[in-house]
Design a protein around this ligand. Structure first.
Ligand code: NI
Length: 265
């Protein structure tokens, strides 16, 4: 697997469930922009053989190196990002749900999903776009959703990109997230404005905004239901006092993003 093939596979899988991302990408390209991604985000459960280490393996094999780990306590998540020596390549942000922090009912449900995963699945080179390896009902999805948007999303979609994030500093015709947001709205897109359009501050060295998640029809065991899929994200980074650009993430700010993109709650 080459680097280009990996990123292409991730992008194609992402836009299949998030058509707005392809639309926005085309809008920016038509304006003459070359789109560079700040990061690509993946989600998983912390189940044996399927957690952060398994998700990271194909990326580490292509040169991405582990950086700072994070804990998002409010969302019961562990996360880490990986960075490549080639600065034109996106960082890879992987999070895993700490399943034993959920209610006994939710734990039991997730354990039953994970029990359906074929042996060796976590070692697949295409794990990051392998999709959902378990059968799940909409009733199970709804039960998880009542407790954790994250758990419900992974249960419904399985192993795949949660979002790509455009590096706004690499765009040449938008000074900031506000200008980009205005352009997207003027072109018919919808921003996620729950809790304010822009999360994070220059003092945190990272500002991010996102669209409202697309909705797609998902095949559950008990029928097809249209549910939220993914959003497209935009990041503007600032320089640290030391002079270098901040490449990390901000747990408090990210918790706000997770909250604001929750379907409900
Ligand atoms: Ni992100």
């Amino acid at each position: 697997m080459t680097l280009a093939a990996l990123l292409d596979a991730l992008w194609r899988d992402y836009v299949a469930s998030t058509p707005q991302a392809a639309r926005i990408h085309a809008l920016l390209a038509a304006r003459g922009e070359t789109i560079r991604n700040d990061h690509v985000a993946l989600r998983t459960f912390d189940a044996p053989g399927l957690g952060l280490a398994a998700m990271a393996r194909p990326f580490e094999a292509l040169g991405w190196q582990p950086r700072e780990p994070y804990r998002f306590a409010a969302k019961h998540l562990r996360a880490r990002y990986w960075q490549h020596d080639d600065p034109s390549l996106p960082k890879v942000f992987i999070s895993e749900l700490v399943v034993d922090e959920l209610s006994p009912a939710a734990q039991q449900l997730i354990t039953a999903l994970v029990a359906q995963v074929p042996a060796g699945f976590g070692a697949r080179a295409d794990l990051a776009w392998s999709g959902r390896p378990w059968r799940v009902t909409h009733a199970q999805y709804a039960a998880l959703l009542a407790e954790s948007e994250y758990a419900a999303w992974v249960a419904a979609f399985g192993f795949r990109v949660n979002h790509f994030t455009v590096d706004v500093d690499a765009l040449t015709t938008f000074p900031d997230l506000t200008a980009l947001g205005a352009f997207l709205v003027a072109n018919g897109e919808t921003l996620n404005d729950a809790g304010g359009v822009i999360k994070g501050t220059p003092a945190e060295y990272l500002e991010q905004s996102s669209t409202r998640a697309d909705a797609v029809e998902v095949a559950f065991e008990d029928g097809h239901v249209t549910i939220p899929s993914c959003y497209y994200e935009f990041a503007k980074r600032y320089r640290l006092p030391s002079g270098g650009v901040f490449h990390g993430f901000v747990p408090a700010s990210a918790d706000r993003i997770f909250e604001s993109t929750d379907v409900r709650r």
